[in-house]
Ligand binder design. Sequence first.
Ligand SMILES: C[S@@+](CC[C@H](N)C(=O)[O-])C[C@H]1O[C@@H](n2cnc3c(N)ncnc32)[C@H](O)[C@@H]1O
Length: 193
Amino acid sequence: MNLNKAYWDKKYTHDKTVWDIGYISPPLRAYIDQLTDKEIKILIPGAGNGYEVDYLYDKGFTNIHVIDISAKPLQNIKTRIPTFPDGQLVQMDFFDLESPRFDLILEQTFFCSLEPSHRKAYAMKMHGLLNEKGKLVGLLFDRTFKNGSPPFGGNEGEYRSLFTPYLSIKVLEPAYNSIKPRKGNELFFIFEK
Ligand SMILES: C[S@@+](CC[C@H](N)C(=O)[O-])C[C@H]1O[C@@H](n2cnc3c(N)ncnc32)[C@H](O)[C@@H]1O
């Protein structure tokens, strides 16, 4: 299966976005709520409709960089937040992002949308994109899925082995505040460079 731009464009044009919960997820909201420095440089890769962008922006964070391989969800964000800078909504492949470096990268159902064979490249890329002490924070599925298409699942042990060579695992535990359909099937994590 080729999980390229055309694949994701089709999902958006046909409204086949089953992963889209329509609002910021409670675990990301709770994490953002305890951030105090509004100047930090934040990346949201594979953002999709990125409801966490609205939440961050409303709270006064402005150094937010949003990327997705598909343009449609980025246009949706722009429609919702007309004042959001165009240059910070970028249609591109995450793996082509060369610079700059970020203080915080937020993950939600982007990792699981990639071919499992790309996981090592994802971990290495995240290491390269973070400032020293920068953090990759978010959610990872703690379950398997049957089909041979996204989402691709995993478990804690697998994630520990994958990320330990690149990032320090500060938190990797069952999320207590998942949305109902994901309850018990999601790990909240904080990995630090
Ligand atoms: C399952 S969706 C998740 C969207 C969003 N994070 C959410 O939780 O609703 C995966 C997203 O990653 C994007 N994507 C997939 N591969 C990508 C890549 N290589 N670079 C950038 N974005 C990518 C897709 O277009 C899609 O919007």
